[in-house]
Design a protein around this ligand. Structure first.
Ligand code: SF4
Ligand code: SF4
Length: 427
């Protein structure tokens, strides 16, 4: 088999079985099983590629399905193994030969299909507005899902340490403070972010405006395809990538993303489309909102009135830290809020167990992975926990609600936005 035909499997070739990655792997730490760690999974994937194990082999399916795809094993690997590429290749084979689990297919269909997803998100927002999800949040599948929905707005209305820049009707306030000359950025709105985190889009637009950007919508964009890629639906992810390339064109303006999962996928379009030069150029334009803000300074705001002694804890999304290797910019954004006591969570580099649809299809192990993070957080709770990915916001928020914690969960740009409002930048 040629290197090209081997696809992402070739990225696994450098593995020397040293095991340095094991302690960075949340599922290995949770189960203690070598086959639930990267080294064991690499052996399983190689056996799948060589045809020594069938795609429906129960052990192979079990241990690959249990992988979060968090890529926490990549930065610690001294041999530069591209674990994520190998996993995508293996999952594409699994999806082709044994199909995608029904729960995952239904969730993908409901959350990413144009038209239908709008109805689903509208119903979810209606339910969220009743305040019931926050009251019903807890452990167990349904109650955890309620907590996830409540967490899309900071924590079910139980706490409001962070007041953003929304007008009375939720409209985007126009910043008065804007350095000239401005540059343009295209905002990639995504599916879940657009459906349940429109307030984060507003905060993104306002904070970028304060820092000299005119933010425009990316016209007719479609889903980035991240959830499809994670589920092994390689062809569907490629089709979505081509549609986004066609509609977003070949311009020079940066494409700004406030979801780490979407950003990692968009930055990977070059590889996904087999090195297509247009896809490589597109990927080079994609920037996390924290990267754009950090490059500009960013403009400092005013102090925030958090509960006395309350600090802010930052938890890095895996698809920002490991997949995009963006570590400092979110902290730079938070440090633009004067006097803010910012620290990273004790296990910031470890996955929270969200991992796209993983929290739905591997609920038990997902909660086990989450439990360690919650243990740290509830032992020394911050006033606000902040992270830049919708899945992480929902998973951590639901876990905190289920634990009876009053910690608010927010995207980093929401804190900067609140700081700019306090400074009077929005009039
Ligand atoms: S993936 Fe990297 S760190 Fe892990 S066993 Fe292989 S070479 Fe070692
Ligand atoms: S991607 Fe995450 S869960 Fe999967 S093997 Fe690597 S560290 Fe472990």
């Amino acid at each position: 088999m040629t290197a090209g035909a081997r696809g992402g499997f070739a990225a696994l070739d450098n593995c020397v079985h040293c095991g340095f990655c094991l302690q960075a792997c949340p599922t290995f730490l949770a189960t203690g099983d070598e086959a639930d760690g990267p080294r064991g999974r690499i052996e399983l994937m190689r056996a799948l590629e060589r045809g020594e194990l069938a795609a429906d082999d129960p052990a192979l399916a079990l241990h690959l399905d249990r992988c979060l795809g968090c890529r926490g094993c990549e930065p610690v690997c001294p041999s530069g193994v591209g674990y994520g590429e190998g996993l995508e290749a293996a999952r594409a084979i699994l999806a082709e030969r044994r199909g995608v689990p029904l729960v995952a297919r239904l969730a993908l269909y409901a959350l990413t299909t144009p038209g239908l997803s709008g109805v689903v998100y509208a119903l979810a927002r209606g339910l969220r507005a009743t305040g019931l999800p926050g009251m019903l949040a807890g452990w167990g599948r349904l109650r955890f899902a309620m907590g996830m929905l409540a967490a899309t707005n900071g924590g079910g209305g139980r706490c409001r340490a962070v007041q953003g820049g929304e007008g009375a009707d939720g409209a985007v306030a126009i910043p008065l403070h804007r350095p000239a000359p401005p540059s343009t950025a295209l905002l990639f709105r995504g599916c879940v972010m657009e459906g349940l985190f429109a307030h984060v889009h507003h905060a993104t637009t306002r904070t970028l405006s304060v820092n000299g950007f005119v933010v425009r919508d990316a016209p007719d964009e479609v889903c980035c395809g991240a959830l499809h890629s994670h589920a092994g639906l390689h062809g569907a992810a490629q089709a979505l990538a081509r549609a986004n390339l066609a509609t977003l064109g070949d311009g020079a303006d940066p494409i700004v993303v406030n979801s780490a999962g979407c950003g990692a996928q968009l930055k990977g379009y070059g590889r996904l489309l087999n090195g297509d030069p247009a896809a490589v150029r597109f990927a080079a334009r994609v920037r996390d909102v924290s990267e754009l803000l950090a490059e500009r300074g960013p403009v400092p705001g005013a102090p925030l009135a958090l509960p006395e002694g309350g600090g802010v804890a930052y938890d890095a999304p895996c698809h920002l830290l490991h997949a995009q290797r963006v570590a400092e910019p979110p902290l730079t954004v938070l440090r633009a809020v004067p006097g803010l006591d910012v620290r990273e969570t004790a296990d910031s580099a470890q996955c929270c167990g969200s991992a796209g649809l993983y929290t739905l299809v591997e609920a038990e192990l997902s909660r086990t992975v989450l439990a360690q993070k919650l243990a740290y957080l509830t032992a020394a709770p911050p006033a606000v926990l902040t992270t830049g990915n919708p899945g992480c916001l929902m998973q951590l928020g639901a876990g905190l609600l289920a634990s009876g914690s009053g910690v608010e969960v927010r995207h980093p740009v929401e804190l900067l936005d609140a700081s700019y409002r306090a400074a009077g930048f929005y009039g």
